[in-house]
Design a protein around this ligand. Structure first.
Ligand code: 5GP
Length: 120
């Protein structure tokens, strides 16, 4: 799609700390920070520091398997740090049809309230 053209995103500026974010976890490969428009009491975004073509999950290739696993594990670490590990949700919106708005793959970690299913 037009949106997924590989152009830099706002997350590059967050990674570079050119714009502020509320970082909750960081390691060599992964950054986790609070969503600016939270949909739950805890709403954290987890991103790879190196996008490496991962504009969206629907563009993943076999070589991305390792970072994808690390992102998912980071979701658990963040959930534990935030005190929601007994009940939380991980969401990846892939593509415009799924309402993806930033084309740098990211996991949403949501919790801190009773979540509904299906999400709509
Ligand atoms: P998507 O809709 O692509 O799955 O999710 C993008 C998320 O990024 C949205 O939940 C939106 O609130 C969040 N977001 C967009 N711009 C910024 C920003 O500058 N800072 C932070 N912390 N979150 C942002």
């Amino acid at each position: 799609s037009d949106a997924d053209n590989g152009a830099p995103t706002i997350f590059d500026k967050i990674i570079a700390k050119e714009i502020p974010s509320n970082i909750v976890y960081e390691d060599e490969k992964v950054l986790a920070f609070r969503d600016i428009n939270p949909q739950a009491p805890v709403h954290i975004l987890i991103i790879p520091k190196l996008r490496d073509g991962l504009t969206e999950l629907g563009k993943a290739e076999a070589r991305h398997g390792e970072i994808l696993g690390e992102l998912l594990y980071a979701a658990k670490v963040v959930a534990e740090k935030e005190g929601i590990v007994e009940g939380f949700r991980v969401v990846i919106n892939s593509g415009a049809t799924a309402c993806q708005s930033v084309y740098h793959l990211h996991l949403h970690v949501l919790g801190g309230r009773q979540l509904k299913w299906p999400p709509g």
